[in-house]
Design a protein around this ligand. Sequence first.
Ligand SMILES: [Zn+2]
Length: 336
Amino acid sequence: MAKETPFLIGVDIGGTKLLAAALDEKFKPLSRARKKTRGKKEGVLFERVCECVASAIADSGLAPGGLRGIGVGSPGPLDPQTGVIIDTPNIGWKNFPLAEKLSDRFKVPVAVDNDVNLGTYGEFHFGAARGGRFVLGVFPGTGIGGGIIVDRRLYHGASGAAGEIGHIVLDPNGPLCGCGQRGCLEAFSGRLGLAGQLAGMVLRGMAPELADEAGSDLRDIRSGQIAAAIKDGDKIVERIVRREAARIGLTVAGAVNLLSPDTVVLGGGLVEAMSRLFLDEVSRAVKAHALPFLGRFVKVVAAELGDDAVVMGAGKLISERLESQAGKGDKQSGSS
Ligand SMILES: [Zn+2]
């Protein structure tokens, strides 16, 4: 029988969807399996993850025995050392030992990290932030996630959960945020914050194109619908989106002063749909508000990998974990 081709699986567990991909030796997806996560209970969601991994393996055409490891990006907070998901209200996991359970099921090592961290890591190794060394990833979506790479390594901080740029408070009297605070960046500029402002304009009859696109119930508005309304001439929609992109930029400028990155990579649905607008506003804000000396070292770029960023970053993470374990094994056998 032919030797089994070794391969890895990368998994992206989002608030609404699940993606698993079998990855070749260059971390390119060979297959992609998708499932919905919305409204799933703890045990059911775990079974969904396992089904999704199994489908990705089956669709790859590779012999399952070649599977070497699984990397997983999940919403946090979580412990990147143990792979325990501490608390994720969106998907209902609490102190859930995801790495251990997946490892038991598939009989291979499993590494888990925050989904936004791994999206940033994917862009750093394979996408728009390639060649960087100090990278800040900012992903405006339903919330606004952040990932930090310091000297080529993911930065986790004392809690393991560093990078929460979306919960930097800009106005303690501002709109209520999902985290319980008021006036967090994402309460203004995340998709939900944006939808609230846009809905007001639709109700006042000031955004006719957006009303055509999405109707008056904007809770589930998609980034593509906002982009289309701007393209079709809704000036007020463009003004609101630019204002929020600039607000993200103002926060990024503060982060530039704190971290001095060489690359800021912007991704997520809103940026994918309106990359020029977001790049312009964030670059402008960094230029205007970061210290000029620090600002000179940083370039602002749009993510390149789309949905593959997290699964590719997750694959890279587990491959490094496997390498370091193999290295330790060599050292042990070498010294004995
Ligand atoms: Zn918050």
